[in-house]
Ligand binder design. Structure first.
Ligand SMILES: Nc1ncnc2c1ncn2[C@@H]1O[C@H](COP(=O)(O)OP(=O)(O)OP(=O)(O)O)[C@@H](O)[C@H]1O
Ligand SMILES: [Zn+2]
Length: 578
């Protein structure tokens, strides 16, 4: 430590010892970061992580060993890091950083916050709390060989939400529903199938009105929920992989296809006796094994889960993954697409890019260097924006022969609805939208709010959080135009607030009829801010413009890690629902 003190100087060394810092996340980056911080002389650290240690973490989260599997990441990370410097005070919390106890006042006690997270949602939340508490935030992320570190300070630098974090992939809906030609299409379909059978059925892209005479052949089997699980599983199998495919062949849906789909006749399969769940997950199943896995998974999910009807796919849920891998493989058999192992399916389903320990180590090291710069500044007149850098790791040497690229931090985006509090246009079909959809899809999922309050003028129509008025929940089921206080119409300005994040914004509603096709009826479309501006600009008459992506869907398979600029699709790419 004395060499370090000589290198850093007494002044900075003292500041490092005294600084109270918060680390959010004790995963791949967090373990490296905590180790670095302790070895750099930081002695007052709080670490928060909601997760427990999984065996798959051990290859890169070096504070953890096999005896720790199942234990809290934050608590084990604390115990192991203390061994590097027993004098340090490390406080560990096995909790979600979004819980109300981590309030703005809580954040105010820290000199610095360092993020080591893996999802955009938690990053947005910490971003808002750091802005509200006026504490500098050192943000980080890695995706395979790519990684970046940036520093956020209220009012002087870009915040985490000044630029759109656009990572969702877009697939044409007809490819998913009718003409898959890659395993990823089958997996997207299988995830929708999971929602159809075990989640919110009507929200699935595969759902069709049971009263519709032309509905797909599988709908009746899907809705026959009072059958015993094993019988139900066989019925759904026949509906999805035999009857529906045969029906489409009969009505010549595939007459121009180069490869004709082949229905799978369950009665003709010699199913293996052993349960497939015990097999090696790197093996590619035979058709019979995939069929058995499908039947087992459906029966097991129905038999073991009280939440059927509201389940959401999670790649780490063994039964959910078994179902998706089996359903995707069966569909791949039907469409003569090369099949994949459960392990490979999990990679595609979770959109996993393998984490690279070295990238995590580089990024965690860069975070500590930025922390040194911020502490050095404390008493001086220079600002974070002038001194700190946004640094990204390239995949290979760039034209100048560098792997690590430090660039100046950008100024706040004056159009940012978070740090510049701009009014945003929100276009949606007013008479086709409920308050619940607005709250779930726009306010929470898209705008990153945790406990939203919604008001029209002085009328609060909905609120969440501590002391929230429960009676307002009845408004969730109402259509926007039927809400109290005259309802929401074209050009109504809504105030949306989250007191826990010191966040507020105004949304100017634009009544918009999405040019949805029949397949899209079940999904909820909206355009927010720049997307609406682009939509309007695209409507201006132009010579010879081909609208090619009418029937695209956005597949929510966001890997959750922030990407480097070169890797980021443009915001317009994010929701190409034209
Ligand atoms: N809201 C949150 N509150 C606290 N910790 C969080 C929150 N969201 C994510 N984390 C933690 O951030 C860490 C991110 O680490 P990392 O990217 O290595 O993910 P992982 O879950 O360990 O690995 P993988 O996703 O590859 O299985 C995880 O330990 C995760 O539990
Ligand atoms: Zn911003």
């Amino acid at each position: 430590m004395s060499f370090l003190a000589a290198a850093l100087g007494d002044d900075l060394t003292l500041k490092i010892h005294a600084a109270k810092i918060l680390v959010v996340g004790a995963g791949g980056i967090g373990c490296e970061l905590l180790k670095n911080l302790v070895l750099s002389g930081f002695e007052n650290i709080t670490i928060v992580d909601l997760d427990t240690i999984d065996v798959s973490n051990l290859n890169r989260q070096f504070l953890f060993r096999s005896q720790h599997v199942g234990m809290s990441k934050a608590i084990v990370a604390r115990e192991v890091a203390l061994q590097f410097n027993p004098k340090a005070t490390i406080t560990a919390h096995h909790e979600n950083i979004k819980t109300s106890r981590y309030s703005i006042e809580y954040f105010e006690q820290f000199a610095l916050v360092l993020n080591a997270l893996d999802n955009v949602d938690a990053r947005k939340h910490v971003n808002r709390l750091c802005l509200a508490a006026n504490v500098p935030l050192i943000e980080s992320g890695t995706t395979g060989y790519l990684g970046q570190v940036s520093v956020i300070q209220k009012g002087t630098t870009e915040c985490y939400e000044c630029t759109e974090k656009a990572t969702a992939k877009v697939y044409p809906i007809c490819t998913i529903r009718s003409t898959p030609d890659k395993m990823v299409h089958c997996i997207v379909w299988a995830k929708e199938c999971y929602k159809l059978l075990f989640g919110k059925t009507a929200d699935s892209m595969l759902y069709e009105d049971p009263a519709n005479e032309d509905k797909s052949a599988f709908m009746d089997q899907v809705l026959a929920r009072d059958l015993p699980p094993a019988e139900y599983a066989r019925g759904v199998f026949r509906g999805l992989f035999e009857d529906e495919i045969q029906k489409k062949l009969d009505i010549k849906t595939y007459k121009t296809a180069t490869k004709m789909p082949q229905p799978i006749v369950l009665a003709n399969l010699a199913l293996p006796p052993a349960p497939v769940a015990n097999w090696n997950d790197r093996m590619v199943w035979s058709l019979e094994a995939a069929a058995q896995a499908f039947l087992d998974a459906v029966a097991a999910i129905l038999g073991s889960n009280d939440d059927v009807g509201s389940l959401e796919f999670d790649k780490d849920d063994v039964l959910a993954m078994l179902f998706v891998a089996a359903a995707a493989n069966l569909r791949a058999h039907v469409f003569q697409i090369p099949t994949e192992s459960l392990f490979a399916c999990k990679g595609i389903a979770g959109n996993i890019i393998p984490a690279i320990a070295t990238t995590n180590a580089i990024v965690a090291g860069l975070q500590v260097l930025e922390a040194f710069k911020i502490l050095r500044l404390a008493a001086k007149s220079a600002s974070v924006a002038e001194t700190c850098k946004y640094t990204y790791c390239n995949r290979s040497w760039d034209g100048r022969g560098v792997l690590l690229n430090p660039v100046a931090l950008s100024a706040p985006n004056p159009k940012c609805f978070v740090c510049s509090r701009q009014v945003l246009d929100l276009a949606l079909l007013v008479k086709g939208t409920t308050l619940q959809q607005l709250v779930d899809h726009v306010l929470k999922k898209r705008m990153g709010m945790n406990a939203p309050t919604v008001s029209i003028g002085a009328n609060t129509i909905y609120e969440e959080g501590e002391d929230a008025e429960e009676s307002l929940r009845v408004n969730l089921a109402k259509r926007l135009d039927e809400l109290p206080g005259g309802g929401i119409h074209h050009d109504t300005v809504l105030t949306v607030e989250d007191f826990s994040q010191d966040f507020n914004s105004s949304l100017c509603i634009k009544d918009w009829v999405p040019p949805a096709k029949a397949e899209e009826e079940a999904s909820f479309n909206f355009l927010l801010g720049p997307e609406w501006a682009k939509w309007k600009a695209d409507q201006e008459p132009k010579a010879d413009v081909t609208m090619h992506d009418d029937d695209d869907i956005v597949v929510d398979d966001t890997p959750g890690k922030r990407k480097t600029p070169s890797d980021m699709p443009s915001p317009a790419h994010k929701r190409a629902k034209h």
